[in-house]
Design a protein around this ligand. Sequence first.
Ligand code: FAD
Length: 448
Amino acid sequence: MSLRNWSENIRFESGALHTPRTVEALQEIVRASRKVRVLGARHSFNDAAAIDGQIDVDGTQEVTGEASWAYISLEELNTPVTFDHERGTVTCSGGITYGELCMRMHAEGVALHNTASLPHITVAGACSTATHGSGDGNGNLATAVAGLEIVTADGELKTLSLEEDGETFEGSVVALGGLGVVTRMTLATQPAYSMQQYVYEDLPSAALYENFDEIMSGAYSVSLFPDWQGDKVNQVWFKHRTGLMGGRGNGEEAGLEPVDLGLPSELHGATAAATDLHPVPGFSTEGLTVQMGAPGAWHDRLHHFQIDSTPASGDELQTEYFVPRRYAVPAVQAVEGLRHRFKGMLWISEIRTVAADRLWLSQSYGTPTVGIHFSWRKNWPAVREAMPLVEEALAPFEVRPHWGKLFTISPEAVQAAYPRMDDFRALLESMDPDGKFRNGYLDRFIFG
Ligand SMILES: Cc1cc2nc3c(=O)[nH]c(=O)nc-3n(C[C@H](O)[C@H](O)[C@H](O)COP(=O)(O)OP(=O)(O)OC[C@H]3O[C@@H](n4cnc5c(N)ncnc54)[C@H](O)[C@@H]3O)c2cc1C
């Protein structure tokens, strides 16, 4: 059976698939292979994980390959999850999904600072592309990483940490799979906390533009869901932190008392939802994390989708662009100006905020950002035509695309958007001089 990504627009057939159970076996595979790429949960929408992939929505792409090319999945790698409560860290396999990690962490009474919309992605795969959630004070998921263990191109095991390796570490966390196989990761933890999630409907666009900062700072994590039609944001999701879990573990959330946050029934013209809502009108809320202010654990509210859910259908393509926070309103207005071009093409958009960080290839390197995301219906010719229009509209705002989603911005423009790009290129060359982990994607966007 052909191995594809979640959206089934990329094929991974140009190398044999290996699922090593030990780090030693993995090292052997890396030593013996001429080309290597690691597959995470295969949720990226472009060829970031492919050895030589191209976008292939209609299945006509010719796949070439060589016997010595290897895909590696860490699904079967036997790595324990360990906690250091004194330092406030958890160490886990790079191939663990956030869903599994969150459950293990919660049982231990600790939490992450943030999560993406869904728990099905792997920690290494997500951090490699600077995957993010939302919240003015929250860095992307890679900002929690305090240490890495990597099998490098020569098959050796290398450890890197912020404490020991400083700047090199800051270049190594968001590395697009180019430095080697990330086998273990150490992440910062904090005491497990409780949250309550609320949704408001129909925020007038004018009110958003007038009160953008107030609205986006209105909770620990805030998401706007516009479909750009009708001068309004369809839904605003507020995820509030309400306290500590106080020793409650998995399954014990039922005893949590709701905290009265005194929220109004109307907010800048938007009204509090009377029932749970899916961001896409008409879709079932089954599988979504609970709304309407019901108290729950951090991982049961930060994700939009529950850990045991099967979210969405794969019948979509995603694009996301980041601009510095100071351009938030004009950038969102520029996108809204294209709304006649999106009619009938979108499931929904999502706007989130991300705090600044120091990771060289993070879209929020050196600046807080606003991410403007598009869940397109799966019509590749139409999406391919729409993307450059959005990119042109956002070009005046120092735009950076999401590394794991679709975009058509030129390699020159992508490279120019990252002040540490030369340093990153030099880091890749020093760790992988023969280009074992280099793929078509890195050739285009980093070396092209
Ligand atoms: C339904 C859906 C919802 C999404 N929601 C969000 C969201 O809320 N926020 C957001 O920012 N993004 C979101 N994304 C995008 C997604 O988070 C990223 O594409 C992420 O990189 C996927 O992680 P993965 O485990 O599937 O990695 P993959 O897509 O398999 O791989 C991504 C990259 O990481 C590399 N890699 C994977 N594992 C390793 C490893 N162990 N060592 C070295 N390199 C490795 C791969 O080679 C590749 O370059 C969403 C995607 C989908 C399909």
